[in-house]
Design a protein around this ligand. Structure first.
Ligand SMILES: O=c1ccn([C@@H]2O[C@H](COP(=O)(O)OP(=O)(O)O[C@H]3O[C@H](CO)[C@@H](O)[C@H](O)[C@H]3O)[C@@H](O)[C@H]2O)c(=O)[nH]1
Length: 127
């Protein structure tokens, strides 16, 4: 992340990144690296496969509070609220179901969740 450290957005402010699934393993490590690279980070996670405790540990590591919304990407109104409160310069989308065995057992659940969650995100970002 050294290449982007200290970079500013078009308004001359710290860039702000939305991390969906930011409470997951990959998400919370990404949050740490982005915050170290001077990004503001906003996390949206429904805690389906993670715990608030992990984010509390991240806060301890960074010695700062995180901006966290425990929301589901399928909840359009909740997502709209998040987008109305922040201007995101980038979005990193980790919030998805990805257990291989379960996806074979319940393919429609996976399609519904992962596609609709992504579409809701894109609608808020570009719609
Ligand atoms: O509809 C959804 C689906 C998932 N999530 C969240 O998205 C995150 C996704 O992360 P996770 O499922 O934990 O995936 P990874 O962060 O990629 O972690 C996985 O991959 C790691 C590296 O291989 C393993 O160490 C972990 O055990 C394994 O869960 C989690 O916080 C979920 O709660 C949502 O918010 N909405």
């Amino acid at each position: 992340m050294d290449e982007v450290k200290g970079i500013m957005n078009k308004s001359g402010k710290k860039p702000c990144a939305l991390l969906t699934g930011g409470a997951g393993y990959i998400g919370n490590h990404t949050a740490i690296e982005m915050i170290k690279a001077d990004y503001d980070v906003v996390i949206v996670d429904n805690l389906h496969n993670s715990y608030m405790e992990a984010l509390k540990r991240v806060e301890k590591i960074l010695d700062q509070k995180l901006t966290i919304y425990v929301e589901d990407l399928l909840d359009k109104a909740a997502l709209q609220k998040v987008f109305s409160k922040h201007h995101f310069d980038c979005v990193i989308h980790f919030a998805g179901l990805k257990a291989v065995y379960e996806s074979v057992e319940k393919p429609l659940l996976y399609y519904r969740n992962n596609l609709n969650g992504t579409i809701n995100l894109l609608e808020n970002r570009f719609g």
